[in-house]
Design a protein around this ligand. Structure first.
Ligand code: ADP
Length: 674
């Protein structure tokens, strides 16, 4: 055995040098106080481990990982608001509301970080007081003085202070009593106690009561300065990172990522995106413990390591899409990551020592925030990114998407112009979306084909104008039809407007009656709320049959079937109530319903129409599909009034409080009325 050990040692002469290098690297890395011992412990463990064992490689990789993290590396923020505004403006059309909110957010950060701290110096000895005042004022702080505890209290009542430096022994009201009173104030200051009679007990007592530091006379000026600096920087940091986390909400392709990148560019921080869609396990965010085979750090720490900085902008993409079968509570994990109080000591399971994430600027994105847990929603400042109208899409395409794609395809030196008609054709016939993703894809497609043709025909220079004919020949048969304009009015089929994570959409509700035994059949992957809306609609029609001109016995020996295509997509929510109701009335009165009249609204048994959400997205969807008239609940009047003229162009908008108000509009009495 001894022989074996001896040989083993002789076999690895290079190992000690490796350890020496590691030790030197640990010293050089300026690791934080709590990480340094952990790194040394790992190194000691490694020294005792046989290099042929897997534990050796695991330990080595771990040490390497610790040493490669940016514990102290960060960039200085550029908080120049004018520059930020220019960057946002230069890269984005419209989005005025979002840009404004982002700038306000940056303005608050700037003001908070520029604020001068106010310090109150309390001492009954005039010389001591004046000395301290002089030293601290020289550091650039705003200073007031008080000659005793009572005077200090009066100052504290009049104005807020960030820090009070007080003598402990004073007549009438001593330092500890002052500390206790000050801590009761709505904006409690930090307290440094100064005394010439320090005892362990009095120091312990002071800290227990909330003092931030304890200074013993005679103190060194450097000690005073560094204590003040440390305490106030901590406070500045807390104030700087406090406040809500921005959450950009809207359908895909509406510019959320792009604005996030612009914020990073404006602040001169690095940017990375972490997609949370379909996340199933907390470990994907927080890493696996090293006891697992193949353990790895979580995505947050991986990004930080890749970026090499501790203060990037990290975009947590699609926080509403965390997998249904997530192990653990996604809200609490996210809250821990997003909350600056908690994320100061974020513990990745792999890393196993705390890493301060509070300098990271997190931005969340979501398609629909309504589904987020309320605890999480409370911490977020939601900024809506609505869908674009056709005109907005055209302008963005001409100003941003086409020039960018031309550069990407190497055509920037050539004179290529897209006619407005060609862009409109791409938007109408090849895309159906609230955002711009497919539009950008199709434009890229056209540009690629242009590049190919260009080379095939020999580079002849000259200019090219892309018109709708070229678009049709490049992109093939159109992908989307105008469902509304191209379909006839039918009995029992109505047009509804729904709001999904992809923006607004139109749906057709179909109702049919057949001989049967009073059954209601509901199909089309309908959720519980939607099913109940259908029941309510049927009960309304049954109870108002006579006034609607329907045979009151219609249900007697019938079954009613209600179907909402596309059957494979799950649907829910109460807003289709009115559409189902109109489909039933159309069916039972045998009068065709207008295909070009779309509606949305929750209904009650007595026939009232209740307000719904997603108004702008629904209006845009109606416009895209060629709807002529939209029926909205009367209570949505405010939302309608907030819409721009452009988004309602060509649409008749009808506001209704009761179902009966719109029956004749949607289902005209005689076909000849059309
Ligand atoms: P999201 O993150 O909302 O899914 P993106 O930010 O990825 O959307 O946007 C998709 C594309 O559309 C990007 O190329 C982006 O630059 C562009 N885009 C979106 N909104 C605008 C806008 N208002 N102005 C200019 N370009 C835009």
């Amino acid at each position: 055995m001894a022989f074996f050990r001896k040989h083993q040692q002789e076999d690895k002469p290079s190992v000690p040098q490796e350890f020496l290098d590691l030790r030197a690297a640990i010293e050089k890395a300026r690791l934080p106080e709590h990480v340094h011992p952990a790194a040394h412990k790992e190194l000691e463990k490694l020294e005792k481990t046989d290099p042929s064992l897997p534990e050796y490689t695991i330990g080595l990789t771990y040490l390497d990982y610790i040493l490669s993290l940016p514990w102290n590396r960060y960039t200085d923020d550029n908080l120049d608001l004018k520059r930020a505004a220019q960057i946002l403006e230069r890269q984005h059309y419209g989005l005025g509301h979002a840009k404004q909110r982002v700038l306000e957010f940056l303005a608050v950060r700037t003001l908070r970080s520029n604020r001068k701290f106010r310090i109150l110096v309390v001492d009954d000895e005039e010389m001591a007081r004046a000395n301290m005042e002089h030293v601290i004022r020289k550091e650039g702080y705003e200073v007031r003085t008080a000659a005793n505890g009572l005077e200090a209290l009066r100052h504290l009542q009049d104005e807020p202070f960030d820090l009070v430096i007080t003598d402990l022994k004073m007549e009438k009201l001593d330092g500890i009593e002052l500390l206790q009173s000050a801590k009761q104030s709505p904006t409690p200051p930090e307290i440094i106690l100064v005394t010439g009679h320090a005892t362990v007990d009095s120091a312990v007592d002071a800290f227990a009561k909330g003092a931030a530091y304890y200074l013993t006379k005679p103190y060194k000026l450097d000690e005073l300065r560094s204590a003040v600096h440390r305490i106030l920087e901590k406070k500045r940091h807390a104030q700087f990172t406090r406040g809500p986390i921005l959450c950009f909400a809207g359908p895909p392709g509406t510019g959320k990522t792009s604005i996030g990148q612009a914020i990073a560019e404006a602040m001169e921080r690095k940017f990375a995106r972490i997609s949370l869609a379909g996340l199933r396990d907390e470990a994907e965010l927080r890493g696996h413990r090293r006891t697992y085979v193949g353990a790895m750090p979580g995505r947050i720490m991986s990004e930080i390591k890749n970026l090499g900085l501790k203060n990037p902008v990290l975009m947590l993409d699609e926080i509403d899409k965390i997998g249904q079968d997530f192990k653990g509570d996604p809200a609490s994990v996210l809250l821990e990551i997003l909350d600056p109080e908690q994320n100061r000591s974020f513990r990745d399971h792999y890393l196993d020592v705390a890493f301060d994430l509070s300098a990271v600027m997190f931005i969340a994105t979501a398609n629909v925030v309504e589904n987020l847990p309320s605890a999480l929603l409370d911490r977020l400042e939601v900024i809506q990114f609505p869908g674009y109208t056709e005109t907005e899409k055209s302008r963005i395409a001409q100003q941003f998407l086409i020039p960018r794609q031309l550069i990407d395809c190497g055509l920037s030196d050539h004179e290529v112009r897209f006619e407005d008609e060609a862009v409109a054709a791409i938007i109408r016939d090849y895309t159906r979306e609230a955002g711009l993703r497919n539009l950008e894809r199709e434009i890229a497609n056209v540009c690629r084909k242009l590049a190919f043709l260009h080379l095939q025909q020999g580079d002849q220079g000259g200019s090219v104008t892309v018109d709708s004919k070229i678009v049709a020949s490049f992109l093939g048969p159109r992908k989307y039809r105008h469902e509304i304009a191209e379909s006839a009015n039918r009995v029992g089929i109505t047009t509804g407007l729904v709001w999904t994570e992809f923006g607004g959409e139109i749906v057709f509700v179909e109702a049919a009656r057949m001989r049967g035994s009073q059954q209601v059949i509901l199909t089309g992957s309908l959720g519980d709320v939607l099913r109940e809306s259908a029941q309510t609609a049927l009960s309304y029609v049954r109870s108002h049959a006579e006034s609607l001109g329907i045979d009151p016995e219609f249900f007697h020996s019938s079954d009613i079937h209600i179907h909402i295509p596309a059957g494979a997509i799950p649907k829910d929510g109460p807003s289709a109530g009115i559409t189902i109701c109109m489909a039933l009335i159309s069916l039972l009165t045998s009068r065709p319903a207008r295909r070009d009249a779309a509606m949305t609204g929750e209904i009650t048994l007595s026939g009232r129409i209740l307000p719904v959400s997603g108004i702008r997205e629904k209006v845009l969807a109606a416009q895209r599909a060629g709807v002529k008239t939209i029926v909205f609940p009367g209570k949505n009047r405010m939302d309608i009034e907030c819409l721009s003229e452009e988004s309602t162009k060509g649409l008749e908008i009808v506001l209704a409080e009761e179902i009966e108000e719109i029956v004749n509009l949607v289902i005209p009495a005689r076909v000849a009325d059309f």
